[in-house]
Design a protein around this ligand. Sequence first.
Ligand SMILES: [Zn+2]
Length: 111
Amino acid sequence: MYHDIWMVPVPLKAKIMVSLTIRGRLNTKDLLASKGAQIAVVCILCGEEDETQTHLFLKCQWVTRIWASIKFRLCIVSDPVDILSLWSDWRHNAVSCQKKMKWDIWACAIL
Ligand SMILES: [Zn+2]
């Protein structure tokens, strides 16, 4: 399921970050705290919620504005509930929409 990441024509650092995110291994503040780091876990963007992967990439008020402006171009029809479902929906829509460009846009959005 994750092998598609390596086929997207974007820099390796973007592929690695997406791979870590999908597998829930990106070092967001909540994950660092669970590993023993003595840090405040509050989101640096909004200051209202803990910085989890889901919050940082999908739920933060700053990020939802970005998603609202690009999700049509990416053929995303519903609001994603988590990173894995976003990736799954995206893969499905990428095939059905026959628009390779959305893969590129998605990767740029992550950068
Ligand atoms: Zn936030």
